[in-house]
Design a protein around this ligand. Structure first.
Ligand code: NAD
Length: 263
């Protein structure tokens, strides 16, 4: 049986680690050709070696419009076009109160988490038009739906990503481009710690704590892993979701519904 993304080409930002890496692996297994766009060049080169001819790495800081355009251009020059864009690159931030947060910090977080995906869509659109349509998926967060799950600038930016996805879905529907967001819950990746400038071991310990603790409080008693989000991205990328646009899918083990009943 042909893979569910056979013949498709995707660009995945933040593609060498965590959720992005899990999605590169799943999309590749489903027959997709992928450009993994990230700023960790060493990991990117290793990823290319794992999937010769199927995955290319592009150095792409999503705060740079030129680098975003170049990564999308690589999909066209290397694989002939673009069908899927997964705007997923991101960082977290330290938990601080509003009076403590510098103006520049707000700008940087919004540049990375909101302007990055918006510019990705801008440069993906002409390429998707050449293919008669496409699917754009933006990684938001449960922090964009409810207060208290993340730092305030990060959470505000993720809320903006959810609405950006709705607005873009409305704008791009005549071009047959679908746009949706995914709101992950607590997923065991290196985002916790790495973004705070903490040592690698501390980041790993924080991820391990999610694996250990989250299943005891969330309704679904398993740790959230990158593959769980990759499966949602696969659905939104594939023709199985042909009638789905302008919405968000919450993939959080039920944690935003409420605590797990202990009896
Ligand atoms: P991760 O740290 O494992 O992966 C993030 C990737 O983004 C890394 O490869 C990193 O190098 C890349 N990146 C960071 N800044 C970049 C930039 N300026 N340009 C290009 N790439 C950049 O973390 P993750 O958990 O896989 O995060 C992926 C996305 O999921 C992020 O948008 C994050 O906000 C979101 N998210 C994560 C969780 C969670 O619990 N892990 C929950 C909700 C949302």
């Amino acid at each position: 049986m042909a893979g569910r993304l056979q013949g498709k080409v995707a660009v995945i930002t933040g593609g060498v680690s965590g959720i992005g890496l899990g999605t590169v692996e799943l999309f590749a297994a489903e027959g997709c050709q992928v450009v993994a766009a990230d700023i960790q060049d060493e990991k990117g080169r290793m990823l290319e070696q794992r999937f010769p001819g199927q995955v290319r790495y592009a150095h792409c800081d999503v705060t740079s419009e030129a680098e975003i355009a170049a990564a999308l251009g690589l999909a066209k020059s290397e694989f002939g076009g673009l069908d899927i864009l997964f705007n997923n690159a991101g960082i977290s931030d330290s938990m601080r109160l509003i009076p403590e947060i510098e103006a520049d910090r707000w700008s940087w977080i919004f540049d990375l988490l909101v302007r990055g995906p918006a510019l990705g869509m801008k440069h993906a659109m002409p390429l998707m038009l050449e293919r008669g349509g496409g699917s754009i998926i933006n990684t938001a967060s449960i922090a964009g739906l409810q207060a208290g799950w993340g730092p305030i600038a990060y959470s505000s930016a993720k809320a903006a990503v959810i609405h950006l996805s709705r607005c873009a879905a409305a704008q791009l529907s005549p071009q047959k481009i679908r746009v949706n967001a995914i709101c992950p819950g607590l997923i065991a990746t290196s985002i916790f710690g790495a973004s705070f400038g903490l040592p690698r071991e501390v980041a790993d310990q924080m991820a391990a704590r999610i694996v250990e603790h989250a299943p005891t409080v969330q309704p679904v008693p398993k740790a959230g892993m990158p593959e769980d989000i990759a499966q949602a991205a696969l659905y939104l990328a594939s023709d199985a979701s042909a009638f789905v646009s302008g919405t968000h899918i919450v993939v959080d083990g039920g944690i935003t519904v409420g605590a797990r009943h202990a009896w």
